[in-house]
Design a protein around this ligand. Sequence first.
Ligand code: MSP
Length: 522
Amino acid sequence: MTKRFYITTAIDYVNGQPHLGHAYEKVITDVIARSRRGLGEEVFFLTGLDEHGQKVQQAAAAEGKSPQEYCDGLAESWRAFIAKLAITNDDFVRTTQPRHQAVVSAMLNKLHAQGDLYKAPYRGWYSWKEETFLTEKDRRPDGTFDPSWGEVTELVEDAWYFRMGRHQRWLIDFIEATPDFVQPSNRRNEVLGFLKSETLADLCISRPKARLSWGIPLPFAPEYVNYVWFDALTNYYSVPVALGDAEATAPLRGFYQPSTLNPQLALWPADVHVIGKDIVKFHAVYWPIMLQAAGVPLPKKILVHGWWQKDGEKMSKTTGNVVDPVAVSNEWGVDAFRYYVVRELDIGSDGNWTDAGFQSRYAAELANGLGNLVNRSLSMLKRYRNGVVPARHDELAPDAAKAVTSTVDELRQYHLQGALEAIWGLVNRANQYVDQTAPFKLAKEPAQAKRLDEVLYNLAETCRVLAVLLTPFIPDSAAKIAKQLGLPDVPKLFTEAAWGGLQSGQVIGEVAPLFPRKDVAK
Ligand code: MSP
């Protein structure tokens, strides 16, 4: 049994509106998952929803629904959202699922039994809207709190704490010794900077049930519920445990009764947690400490992406400044959406969506670049050779091999943008090759028949190599290329990108534009 490549996204707040940021995170994670499958690895890709907390409880009440009913309705629209984006997740976790709650309870019981949890009074300024206690740093110079926090009142209440502070030194040493743990390095430096300059406080992990009932009860103090981050972070681990991953379950022995053990399944530790830059502290500080305290092996990498804006401003539903990934996909095709967000920024950098930028990449890179290459290559093969693939010829083989090597290298480092640049190096080279060899002229000269065969083979085979390389990024279009080439299957492995796969004598399929040109109303 080999360990699977286990990759996760953050779990979205169920009551938020799915938007570009959520779609981006899912698409980059999907590209990584698909590319690891392309490398021949077994993959497990988890995404899901964060469903507990005050806001959900309040929103459900406002709609006259039970919180569960309310979450169930929203969960369906989230699932439809990820299906629309062609996301290939293997499981979908919801923090309201009993399988998740059982593991959270077991973790809490173990930490409690070890003396890692304690009860103490908590006094603080509480923002009801943001569901959080505010600190002195949140105060404005005149001592008041910004109105964006909504109603703020002082509260004193008993709470349960997790002894997090005592792990500070260990975590600094761990992150220093493990340069790849947080990627990219600017985020790692940010975490180290924080850990070295501030004293890490113990973490409050409870809310009184009287105020917040929509949560997982503390198993040893049921008048409290577990407060959301502890619950939410545990999703990454609760699913492997629930699915019967023996290694994952072992640290919970005595606290968790597995209903199944699946000896074929090895998921934990996670290989990559993909998250946005706003939640680095939770993932690179709280989460490793929680796991370390519970005796659970740590994930290998926290991969942090940047945030998108639209037209240089924060996206906001109230001002209407939003990008709707579903509307864009309906109009332009889901692959155009996937392509743009991956091509536009490297993982880590912030992005700025502009409709003009999207349309210009669509026209230049998809329609005129890739689409035109495939369309004219295969149309000429149809017209001049009745769609029958000529004898193998290797003129573009070195260019293709170079593109394959760089694409795979970039993907292994999670440089998805770099991988697309490498692939477009081949697209551009092949388009230039059409212009240089001018097959439409060769076709007019019978003496050039052999040369025309050579050129047509090189072009068709390049299209096939491109279909292999593009599968993780734009799966629908890659499948269309394969179909137009008359291939029986959609390529699955990068090894299939080796030059010469297209067999002489094979007849290609119907040719149709991949990315129709669009006249956009100005
Ligand atoms: N529920 C928590 C995460 C718990 S993970 C154990 C949460 N949810 S969220 O819905 O607010 O955000 C989910 C993910 O979307 C986060 O990784 C966040 O960074 C990302 N994004 C939200 N808005 C974004 C942009 N505008 N741009 C890019 N990603 C953004 O936080």
